[in-house]
Design a protein around this ligand. Structure first.
Ligand SMILES: [Fe+2]
Ligand SMILES: [Fe+2]
Length: 253
């Protein structure tokens, strides 16, 4: 397990605390995306709602997770393409390498989500070839191509589109946990891939809590990528004046 992977697991665990989660989320809760990301995000989320319904469900999550890995793969391929063109520009090469490192970590994390969710959906016999395999595959294919070209020509919109998608996923998992707390706490969630990845959970409630936290980390890290490149600067929060504050440190991590 790499240091970045270990740090992600640690942060994901800490975000189970509602107060810390609120502090971590609020810095980017009201980030305003541009018109293109808003439109494409609306198109993506509405199409998903149309096929799988607005309420969160296992089957909808499986489809979300098939699609969720795609932007990180697109960014990595696009960053590789750009590196081939700009390898003489050292500063640009470092920026692209940093984006690639984040996208690789996120891809592995999203792979964990889709594999465990597929096992759960299979166990519950909720798997349908057309709705849960073919449609997400076609969505993912279209999304991969769209994000690849978007990243090449307008990186800010590509990252903002991911913010919209991850924000939607975060709220869907939070709602699912709230609605099904009692049932999920009684369902055991033990799969080989969890131990292979290094995620320790016992019940489905713990698994979905960790997935909700992962999506929040992806959302914030995506926007922080933009912030680090100087696309914008979020106003400083009052807690940041207190360097000892747990919540402020977490919000910046
Ligand atoms: Fe995910
Ligand atoms: Fe995610």
């Amino acid at each position: 397990m790499s240091d970045e992977h270990r740090a992600h697991e640690e942060l994901s665990k800490q975000l189970n605390d509602p107060k810390l989660r609120h502090e971590y989320a609020k810095r980017y809760d009201h980030y305003q995306v541009g018109w293109l990301a808003r439109f494409l995000g609306w198109l993506l989320v509405s199409s998903g709602d149309l096929v799988y319904g607005t309420k969160p469900s296992y089957a909808k999550f499986k489809a979300i997770e098939v699609v969720a890995r795609v932007p990180y793969q697109s960014w990595e391929v696009a960053a590789y393409t750009l590196l081939s063109a700009f390898y003489r520009n050292e500063k640009r090469a470092i920026e692209l390498a940093k984006t690639s490192a984040f996208s690789r970590l996120a891809q592995d994390n999203e792979t964990l989500h889709v594999i465990v969710l597929s096992q759960i959906v299979c166990k519950l016999k909720q798997q349908r070839f057309f709705r849960h395999t073919l449609v997400p595959f076609l969505f993912a294919l279209f999304y991969f191509i769209a994000v690849y070209f978007l990243y090449l020509v307008y990186r800010k919109a590509a990252l903002e589109l991911n913010y919209v998608f991850e924000n939607h996923a975060y709220h869907q998992y939070a709602e699912f946990l709230e609605r099904n707390e009692a049932v999920l706490k009684h369902r055991i969630c033990m799969y080989e891939f969890l131990s292979f990845y290094g995620r320790k959970v016992v019940t489905e409630y713990e698994f979905f809590e960790s997935v909700r936290n992962d999506e929040l980390i992806h959302r914030n890290t995506t926007i922080r990528e933009l912030e680090a490149r100087g696309y914008f600067c979020m106003p400083k929060m009052p807690e940041e004046d207190n360097p000892q504050g747990d919540a402020a440190n977490l919000a910046r991590s």
